[in-house]
Design a protein around this ligand. Structure first.
Ligand SMILES: *Cc1c(COP(=O)(O)O)cnc(C)c1O
Length: 349
């Protein structure tokens, strides 16, 4: 791979068989046994192609899992019993739920910190075994200072692991390993796959020993990716740079228009990305907007080519989120079509 190539070029080239070797894409290998090798233990060419490509973009060794939560569980598996873990108070409900479950079972002790309170995170570096970062956070899109928190972690005698859930930023938006993180986690279910048609997760680390331990966690835990899913995720990755750039442009435009609408009390849109969080007066108003949208799908999940919206506070797992807040995933539809749909739904609230 040419080091001078831009990320969008590397997203096309990485994880491909050599041009002279035949197929343009590594085929789907639907096999458990490969001679004396066993796919759960040794992997397959389909998984390896995806892992090579994501590893190339993030700058480390990638391991693919059955889902984002499979990858989260593998990171949790690195910790000794009794470890102290810091997690953003606003973060993906599945991750928080997994950590809370482990705490109730007596396996770890949890600190929930405000994502943007960097001082609280750097202080936590002194007493934690794992700092779990998510930026921007799901669903409220708060931003974390990854570099400052990683620096604080590196300064400790007992160095905590720094893991970053990079699902929202994608490997195009940010490479946390270059900012000092030890491990990157992805739910490729979302933007990398990009078409709401698969579940898959990944870990990436530049530390060979950690990479081996994460791979061992997959062998032991068995959260292996499906052959079709791994193939689809790599197919999705090929267009991620253009999807991400285009949807980000639309999202920036819509965020600006939303901020100017009288029914919208607050908009959170980080500098880039396809996600917007915006607030209506209350839960009823937000529910009415969801019910009155025709083009934007009232549906869970995010990062697909189709725009979708959800009121996360409606779920018990996200009860901390303000009732009138909507999480909006911007897709690839025409920006003006999307705005007209939003505007008519907002006008009737
Ligand atoms: C969806 C999501 C996950 C979990 O991924 P799955 O593929 O659903 O298991 C983890 N982190 C974030 C930020 C997510 O949005």
């Amino acid at each position: 791979m040419n080091d001078n190539w831009a990320p969008r070029t590397r997203a096309i080239v990485a994880g491909r068989p050599p041009a002279e070797a035949g197929p343009a894409n590594t085929p789907i290998v639907p096999a458990s046994a490969l001679g004396l090798e066993y796919s759960r233990e040794d992997g397959t060419a389909t998984w390896a192609a995806l892992e090579e490509a994501i590893g190339e973009l993030e700058g480390g060794t990638a391991t693919a899992f059955a889902s984002g939560m499979g990858a989260v569980s593998a990171v949790l598996d690195l910790l000794p019993v009794g470890a102290v873990v810091a997690v953003p108070a606003d973060s993906y409900a599945g991750t928080r739920g997994q950590f809370e479950h482990a705490e109730r079972a007596g396996r770890l002790s949890l600190r929930k910190l405000a994502p943007e309170d960097t001082a609280a995170w750097t202080a936590a570096a002194e007493e934690t075994g794992l700092l779990w970062l998510e930026s921007p956070t799901n669903p409220s899109l708060e931003s974390m200072d990854i570099a400052a928190i990683a620096r604080a972690a590196a300064a400790q005698e007992q160095r905590p692991l720094v893991a970053v859930d990079n699902t929202f930023a994608t490997p195009l938006g940010r490479q946390p390993l270059s900012q000092g993180a030890d491990i990157v986690v992805h739910s490729a279910t979302k933007l990398i796959g990009g078409h709401s048609d698969l579940l898959l997760g990944l870990t990436v680390t530049a530390d060979a020993a950690l990479a081996g331990r994460l791979r061992d966690a997959r062998v032991r835990g068995g959260a292996t990716p499906g052959a079709l899913e791994a193939w689809l995720a790599l197919r999705g990755l090929r267009t991620l740079p253009v999807r991400y750039a285009e949807a980000s442009r639309t999202a920036a435009l819509l965020a600006e228009r939303l901020a100017g609408h009288p029914a919208v009390t607050r908009v959170r849109y980080p500098d880039a990305g396809v996600m917007i969080a915006f607030d209506l007066a209350d839960a009823n108003a937000a529910d009415r907007v969801c019910a009155n949208l025709h083009l934007v799908r009232h549906a869970t999940s995010l990062g697909g080519v189709e725009s979708s919206i959800e009121r996360r506070a409606a779920r018990p797992s996200d009860a901390h989120v303000p009732g009138g807040r909507l999480r909006f995933s911007v897709g690839l539809e025409d920006p003006d079509d999307l705005w007209r749909d939003l505007a008519q739904a907002l006008d009737v609230t």
